[in-house]
Design a protein around this ligand. Structure first.
Ligand SMILES: *Cc1c(COP(=O)(O)O)cnc(C)c1O
Length: 343
């Protein structure tokens, strides 16, 4: 039996219809600006995100790295939420590629204007690394797919603007945040200078991310993309998959959210599970294993033996992610397997 793979929403395989769209895509050399499908995707995303311009990037990590290069100088400080992707999952890239240090504030991935203001280090004083960027992750991955409260987003970005501090949204899962909050992607992106979104997660495309923002910032991002080796050629094959995901797989994200909710509710009552159901707002379920219960590695191995794949996110923390390639029936089966192991 094929395993029920809840390790990540990146494990989806392109559907037959997505593959057909990829095969049929008109293409050209994107570095001459001549790939019609990439151009169409960038235009569509600029509209959806309410920004002047957008730029394809091969991965979400490169989108984040390019954003840092565009919005900071070496030696600067970046304020972000706890356990942000940029600090935890980019292999030290922020330090290596941009020479910045990231300060994590708040709790569980979210933070307030007060947290942000307390962390700001002034410019022009020789002992400080000046704060030049604030970064918000929405939804927040390690926070359990949390939607960042929009009133806090607006207050934080307003405080940043008042001080000439740039703002960046790591919206790899902004599509999920939009569906869960009932706010458009454009509304969620409006307070920010630059916004990143990913096509390779809930939308089910085989790869790709995108940055959107003002023309001057996107021009700078294009140069950084080239410098980091991320400029591609007949990219329309990928862009067609992304467009297909945007038009066909965006609304159905609510199914993934319902599945995550069902899974979370099924295991939340187990003695071994520490899980705050209020954090389960989108397609990610993260729980801690109670003291004395099995650890994450043991749970992952035992679940795997029964055909259910989940991730050990820390020694006693486990993550399950729902996506396009898992059905309601598979979620019910995964929930039963996990419940038996956690009882
Ligand atoms: C997955 C993810 C990324 C990086 O995307 P890749 O395409 O895997 O490089 C960036 N930010 C967040 C919040 C993510 O979850």
């Amino acid at each position: 039996m094929t395993p029920i793979d809840l390790r990540s929403d990146t494990v989806t395989r392109p559907t037959d219809a997505m593959r057909a769209a990829m095969a049929a895509a008109p293409v050209g050399d994107d570095q001459y600006g001549e790939d019609p499908t990439t151009n169409r995707l960038q235009q569509r995303c600029a509209e959806l995100l309410g920004k002047e311009q957008a730029l394809w990037l091969p991965s979400g990590t490169m989108a984040n790295q390019v954003a840092l290069r565009v919005l900071t100088r070496p030696g600067d400080e970046v304020v972000a939420g706890r356990e942000c992707h940029a600090a935890w999952h980019e292999a030290g890239g922020a330090a290596a590629n941009s020479g910045v240090q990231i300060v994590e504030v708040g709790e569980g991935g979210v933070f307030t204007r007060e947290h942000f203001e307390a962390a700001i280090k002034p410019r022009g004083l020789p002992v400080f690394a000046p704060t030049t960027l604030v970064e918000i992750e929405n939804t927040h991955n390690r926070g359990g797919g949390l939607v960042f409260p929009q009133r806090d987003v607006e207050a934080i970005c307003a405080a940043a603007r008042e001080r000439g501090i740039a703002s960046f949204l790591d919206g790899a899962r902004l599509w999920n945040a939009a569906v869960a909050s009932g706010r458009s992607e454009a509304e969620l992106a409006a307070p920010f200078d630059l916004v990143a979104v990913a096509f390779s997660k809930g939308l089910g495309a085989p790869g790709g991310s995108l940055l959107a923002g003002r023309k001057d910032l996107i021009a700078a991002a294009e140069r950084q993309r080239r410098m980091l080796g991320g400029a591609m050629r007949q990219n329309g094959i990928y862009a067609a998959a992304a467009l297909h995901g945007i038009e066909r797989h965006r609304e159905r994200l609510r199914e993934d959210h319902a599945h995550a909710r069902a899974l979370a509710e099924a295991i939340a009552g187990c003695a071994a599970v520490q899980l705050d159901l209020s954090t389960v707002q989108t397609n990610i379920v993260i729980w801690r294993l109670a003291p004395g219960a099995l650890d994450a590695a043991a749970l992952v191995a035992r679940a795997r033996a029964q055909g259910v794949l989940v991730s050990a996110f820390a020694a006693r923390t486990v993550r399950a992610v729902t996506h396009l390639d898992v059905s309601a029936a598979q979620i019910a089966r995964a929930a039963a397997v996990l419940r038996a192991l956690l009882a």
